[in-house]
Write a protein of this length. Sequence first.
Length: 426
Amino acid sequence: MKTFLTFIFVFGLIVLVHEFGHFIFAKRGGILVREFSIGMGPKLFYHRHNGTTYTIRLLPIGGYVRMAGEGEDEGELSPGMHLSLVIDENGIVTKINPTKKVQLPNSIPIELIAYDLEDELFIKGYENGDESEEKVFPVSHDATIIEEDGIETQIAPRDVQFQSASLGRRIMTNFAGPMNNFILAAVLFILVAFMQGGKYVEDPSNTIGGVIQNSVADKAGIKPGDKIIQVNSNETPKFTDISAEISSNAGKKVSLVLENDKNEKRTVEVVPEKSEQNPSIGLIGIQISNKFTPLSFFGKIQYGVTQMAANSLTIFKALGDLITGFSINKLGGPVMIFKLSESVSKSGIIAILSFTAILSVNLGIMNLIPLPGLDGGKLMLNLFEGVRGKPLSQEKEVMITMAGVVILVVLMVAVTWNDIQRFFIQ
């Protein structure tokens, strides 16, 4: 339960903050946000407020902001289908119900002939099955429509659609999600600095800072404060030297020469365990030594910003490594985040906040990759429009985006299945 709650907190917070960035800049740009969803799949709860339907969905694997004009509007309506309409005292349609799953009291049944919910805002049809007279019903600019899953959302007239906003507003709306993730990471790192009273700086020497309970190192009698001065006869003056030697010998016996604080030396033999995240990497359960440095008020704020920037550089390096030597084992999805949540949940609130900050930076950068379907892909289309002087047609943009979404879904399924195999099937 502790792991599950940690996962929900970590994943929910970074998704909520990301999508809120898109949401708030869309609203400020005059773009109608039809739905703000946390989670995917079947709806668990929804509430409408100020033209937006807020939903919580079953699967905690993401979220989305559905903006008017992004290819998910009233395509479900077609001539010949039966609708029910709620009409106000002025004869204007305020609610459209094309589904039989929801019954609206005091509504008028019609058979649809034609409609326009973008420009002219009307619905034409036969009322109560009377085909002797076609009736035209004016539709309110703020009318709502009930979708197949029962959720009520607002229609999308052209003036509130995404493409009707200025290019600058659209760029900021697309960039705001990753931007919010960077801001969240900096805020969390600042919070960690205030909770600690300062920062911990890694000691690059070969002194062991901590030993994980019941790990290979713990069972071999290795203690915090010990120095590993040799691994397999190779001198290891730095912790990175130790890590390199051990990680390259997963499942193989290695010899360690240790030195304690009394300068007494001893030799132990261990077999590094294979990492759950990457079986080719060996681990023995030792941690680098950290030195505490107190920070001033502004020093703590500076620490948060620099930690966010440092983690961004680390992720860029990881992306470069992924491009030069692609392996699906270098990727991780919700399953891996769940497994990592299991580890950090045992280490306290500071570890959870630091983990959330790192993931938030990760999500921000990954979303800026210029692939269709990601925020980076949308920004590339915005830049293309700025250079070209006019946007792609909406049909072409939707096709490009959908192609990217298909690729991303296939990749996500592959990564998730790979994570399941690594963590639960081996």
